[in-house]
Design a protein around this ligand. Sequence first.
Ligand code: PNS
Length: 160
Amino acid sequence: MKTGIYPGTFDPITLGHLDIVQRSLRLVDRLVIAVTLNSHKSNTFSAEERVEMIRESLAERNLDLEVEVFDGLLVEYARRIKAQVIFRGLRAVSDFEYEFQMALMNKKMAPEVEEVFLTPDQQYIYLSSSLVKEVASLGGKVSDLVTPAVERRLLQRLGS
Ligand code: PNS
């Protein structure tokens, strides 16, 4: 059985992330969405809230997947849950350097774990959690960027 991880900060999960989830599911038997506890970014939502939004968004799409919080190194977590593959979304050239550095470091630490980059549908190429938060905080429409569950929380947290 092939197990994959889709790790990230997911602050919050967007339709672009969900597009990568659907693509990853075509390639593995089991997919774990792994929410990092340690992030160098200052997050708008707590890890618990981020997990809840992912679960609610998956439920809206009738997807029943494991969603977990992890602490420490991603590759150690991958080993613990016996994942062979790490999935990451690659949107534009600007993502590449950061992703490539992380992938090489991960490969050095855990050569047995493969990293697979997936590109989302074109309509999500420009989409990021931070842009969604900026648009929501300035009163813009985010209903075609996130699920209704996430939109609700964004408006509660950031809406004016
Ligand atoms: O959604 P993000 O913020 O781009 O996700 C980044 C993430 C969580 C994949 C990355 O920060 C990570 O793997 N963090 C766990 C700590 C770790 O393993 N760091 C070494 C990476 S080489």
